[in-house]
Design a protein around this ligand. Structure first.
Ligand code: ADP
Ligand code: GN1
Ligand code: MG
Length: 367
């Protein structure tokens, strides 16, 4: 029998009485819960409890090993800078066995981390300055990890942003047509096929040694950074499962893909999708302020392109999953992945129309 949530909580070294456990957040991959503890005298402590999705992360121990090492490295730097590591980095709680995850008898992996108080994540930010701050936080994350030995990290999802391999998976899904949906998405399939030239650009630069492999986050959705409610500053980058060797520009790119579109990623009316150059400019300014000393000129040259490429890749990933019968992303209804794919297609069209301006904005902030 699967353990109950309170039984899982009791496996960790916590202080206080359990008050409440409730589902939390809107991620597509893991299962997240907010845990409230009462510590007496009116004091409460919040914790985040997560079950790692093992369909996506087949080797959770490697995920936790990466996160442990990266977090330790970040904490050292934060302390040196006079910061507060319990707010600016994730703090995982040990289990009673001294591990940073609990494996249940049925083989599920759970972890627990301190809830970062006084900060929140946004799908869409309340002010333009928030976009600068979020992108700065993602850039700083990369910069703080610039001296981490990149080859010592596991590749927790092999070829995660290898767009060419994503294209192969997409074509396999079309050919297999396992959910019998391919004939209903011929326009979307054509849209992807018309742009296959884009796919190899960044991986080729990396594979031929023209740009380096770096420690990157790889899932820099706008809502994977906590922003201080009082100051509006980026406090902590979260959702570290995909931190591994990668291509620097994708971290900027995914913040653009998710942040500069004011419609929801799963908006069913695609004419509501926007691409805001104003938001893009704030993201570019923030990211470059934090990284321009570390990135090579060739990397900076490809930032604007990367934003288009990741949107292309994401359209392809949602469409692949739709044709495979929704095996990867959590979905709420049968059209969900298709709606998501269509917003990405619309967003890419809008970016293509603003391609020149996107490149010019990078020039403004590159030094
Ligand atoms: P997923 O991989 O499913 O996206 P996340 O790690 O991003 O999961 O967590 C989901 C949500 O939970 C986040 O968007 C954030 O709002 C919240 N969250 C996660 N970790 C913390 C934390 N340490 N403190 C406060 N909130 C958190
Ligand atoms: C997933 O975990 P979450 O919801 O932040 C996905 C990202 C996609 C994103 C699209 C491990 O991110 O790669 O860009 O959905 N994460 C993984 O919303 O596949
Ligand atoms: Mg997340």
């Amino acid at each position: 029998m699967k353990p109950t949530l309170p039984q899982i909580v009791s496996q960790f070294q916590i202080e206080g009485e359990l008050v409440e456990i409730k589902p939390y957040g809107s991620g597509h991959i893991n299962s997240t819960f907010l845990v409230q503890l009462s510590q007496g005298a009116g004091r409460e402590q919040g914790l985040i409890l997560q079950r790692i999705n093992q369909h996506v992360f087949t080797e959770p121990e490697k995920v936790m090993a990466n996160i442990g090492r990266v977090t330790a490295h970040l904490c050292q730097k934060i302390v040196k800078d006079g910061g507060d590591p319990s707010r600016e980095a994730l703090t995982f709680l040990p289990t009673k066995n001294g591990r940073f995850y609990h494996k249940t008898s049925s083989g599920d992996y759970w972890r627990m981390e301190l809830f970062i108080e006084g900060a929140k994540t946004y799908q869409h930010a309340p002010s333009l300055q928030h976009y600068y701050e979020a992108a700065y936080a993602y850039g700083r994350f990369q910069s703080l990890l610039a001296d981490f030995p990149v080859n010592e990290l596991y590749e927790t999802i092999p070829h995660f942003h290898h767009t060419v391999k994503r294209l192969v998976a997409f074509e396999t899904a079309v050919a297999q047509d396992s959910a019998k949906r391919a004939s209903t998405v011929t326009e979307e399939i054509s849209f992807i096929r018309e742009r296959t030239d884009m796919a190899p650009v960044l991986t080729t630069l990396q594979e031929t040694g023209q740009i380096p492999l770096r420690v990157t986050h790889n899932d820099t959705k706008f809502d994977n950074v906590m922003i201080d409610i009082q100051t509006g500053k980026g406090v902590c980058v979260i959702d570290l499962d995909t931190v591994m060797p990668g291509i620097a520009m994708f971290d900027f790119a995914d913040a653009v893909r998710s942040g500069a579109n004011l419609a929801a990623e799963d908006e069913s009316e695609t004419d509501k999708v926007t691409f805001s150059l104003e938001i893009y400019a704030r993201l570019a300014h923030g990211f470059l302020d934090a990284t321009h000393h570390n990135l090579t000129p060739l990397e900076i040259d490809h930032l604007a392109f990367a934003a288009r490429l990741i949107t292309y890749e994401q359209a392809m990933r949602f469409l692949t999953d739709y044709m495979n019968g929704d095996r990867y992303y959590k979905t709420d209804h049968p059209q969900h992945n298709l709606d998501r794919c269509r917003t990405q297609i619309r967003l890419l069209q809008l970016m293509e129309a603003s391609q020149v301006e996107m490149a010019e904005i990078i020039e403004t902030y590159r030094d």
